[in-house]
Design a protein around this ligand. Structure first.
Ligand code: FES
Length: 121
């Protein structure tokens, strides 16, 4: 277990380097996070990691913050100071950037209507 596994001990920021987030500027977020974290004096409490695809490609660039996890989507460099100040310093996730996992419909309550070409239930 890492010393950064608990909120009291710090955070880990995962930035997607996957094939959909990268063309949208995902890779530029790592150095931008590192610089913002240094400016905030959090270098010993926050770890930034490049990751593979997080399965939220349509919301990329995708950033996850642990503990949580908190899922952020459509993150741009201009959002990073806000994430650092509000979440990593203040402990409050940035609501306007949150991407919630999609709801999973219970299989037992679905049926396929055929004609309508859509699921109901
Ligand atoms: S490529 Fe980033 S979430 Fe899939």
């Amino acid at each position: 277990m890492s010393e950064l596994d608990g909120a009291d001990n710090g955070y880990r920021v995962h930035v997607c380097y996957g094939p959909h987030c990268t063309p949208r500027g995902g890779r530029s977020l790592v150095p931008a996070f590192e610089a913002a974290i240094r400016r905030a004096g959090l270098g010993d409490r926050v770890e930034v990691l490049a990751t593979s695809c997080r399965a939220r490609c349509e919301d990329g660039p995708s950033v996850n913050v642990y503990p949580g996890p908190t899922f952020y989507g459509w993150v741009e460099e201009s959002d990073i100071d806000t994430i650092v100040e509000e979440h990593l310093v203040g402990g409050r996730p940035v609501a306007r950037l949150l991407v919630r996992p999609r709801p999973v419909r219970p299989v037992g309550r679905q049926r396929y209507t055929g004609k309508a070409r859509r699921w109901t239930g």
